[in-house]
Design a protein. Structure first.
Length: 201
């Protein structure tokens, strides 16, 4: 008999779990915190929100095998005070796009990568950047669901060499004995869960 632990969860379902952790963080960002530094060296809170919005929208396109555009990043925050709810709505659309039949099949993106791995990249950004934003704005992040961490551990191991060469991940950060699986995952992307930010996007 199949159990939840044995079942391979779809990317759409995993994104839904990540959404539940990310949405309260987005809604909890105060305007006064938009200029605060984040664990991503290149981004303050405002820039990271804009980056995450771009990711969430463009990965919807990748789910349906359309071309994506990660060029210029729009300043969504400047477009009106409802930017938080706009980001929440786009995250809902991201979950729906990757939950649709066929989203994980074949390849997608300019590099023709396996679609499930591309979906895992969206999952990684949503999860890790929610943590970044929580830390930058003084919020408590509850951690990621075990199934999300398990999926991302494999994806990060596969993506890390290229991501580090491109500056998307920082160098791995040592973690103490007893660190959680999520803390170990953050450390592999160059983030220091219990200390100073380690860098990376």
């Amino acid at each position: 008999m199949e159990t939840n632990a044995m079942r391979t969860r779809g990317i759409g379902e995993l994104l839904g779990l990540a959404r539940e952790r990310a949405v309260p963080v987005v809604r909890g960002i105060e305007d006064a915190a938009l200029a605060a530094a984040t664990p991503c060296a290149e981004y303050d809170v405002r820039a990271l929100v804009n980056h995450l919005f771009q990711v969430v929208v463009q990965f919807q396109r990748l789910a349906v095998k359309q071309d994506s555009d990660f060029g210029a990043t729009a300043d969504v925050v400047a477009e009106g005070p409802d930017w938080r709810e706009r980001l929440v709505r786009e995250t809902d659309r991201l979950v729906a796009a990757w939950s649709a039949p066929g989203a994980e099949e074949g390849t997608t993106g300019a590099m023709d990568m396996p679609a499930r791995l591309v979906g895992s990249m969206a999952l990684l950004d949503l999860t890790v950047h929610a943590w970044d934003l929580a830390r930058a704005t003084g919020q408590v992040f509850p951690g990621a669901d075990d199934a999300v961490v398990a999926e991302l551990a494999g994806a990060v191991a596969e993506l890390a060499p290229t991501a580090r060469r491109m500056g998307m991940f920082g160098a791995p950060v040592p973690v103490p004995d007893g660190a959680s699986a999520f803390e170990r995952l953050l450390a592999q992307t160059g983030r220091a869960p219990g200390g100073e930010p380690g860098g990376g996007e």
